[in-house]
Write a new protein. Structure first.
Length: 193
């Protein structure tokens, strides 16, 4: 197993959550259960995975905290991991693509994503040199689309019939949302008033 430790790990808190770069030792049966859950993986159009702990550890170890981050999302009260972010950074273009999985379904619909993504946007825009953030949810992933719009991201385009469905092979539309550092700072300033 290759473990990359090139970059500076993320360590943040929001009102209800801790966010930190994951280590291979964070692999758990809880996380493995999310990968097998069609309700968790379906909106992402990700295949059901029956990974072993070693396979999950290798996946976590592939993040280098420079070009790829795997950031765990932990409930401050219970200390349990409830999900994770994968953030891919293009250093040359100073652009980051954000993906999130809330694996613990008891947290769905409780404003987890926008609370925690706000903390990550602050970190990546203010401290890690990112100037543009992107997200590419499937058009049918209504909760993700709602969250992007509610947080002030701009719908930049629709990739028609972009992906094949992992369940039935049909073609699926995918949206592109974007947010620049200046737009985010304006949103934060407006929220502070």
């Amino acid at each position: 197993m290759t473990i990359h430790t090139k970059g500076r790990p993320v360590l943040l808190t929001s009102k209800r959550f801790a966010l930190r770069s994951l280590k291979p030792t964070d692999a758990s049966e809880r996380w493995i259960s999310w990968l097998k859950d069609p309700e968790v993986m379906g909106p992402l159009n990700a295949p059901i995975r029956k990974w072993t702990a070693q396979e999950l550890m290798a996946h976590i170890g592939s993040a280098d905290n420079d070009n790829r981050y795997l950031i765990g999302l932990f409930d401050l009260a219970s200390k349990l991991q409830i999900g994770f972010y994968m953030v891919d950074v293009d250093q040359f273009h100073r652009r980051a693509t954000f993906n999130v999985v809330i694996g613990d379904r008891s947290w769905w619909g409780k404003s987890v994503v926008n609370e925690t993504r706000a903390a990550l946007l602050d970190e990546f825009f203010n401290n890690r040199g990112v100037e543009k953030a992107s997200g590419t949810p499937l058009a049918r992933n209504f909760p993700a689309v709602f969250n992007y719009k509610a947080q002030g991201w701009r719908h930049e385009g629709t990739f028609r019939r972009q992906c094949l469905s992992v369940t039935d092979g049909s073609r699926l539309d995918q949206y592109q949302f974007g947010l620049t550092r200046d737009e985010w700072r304006a949103i934060r300033l407006e929220d502070a008033q």
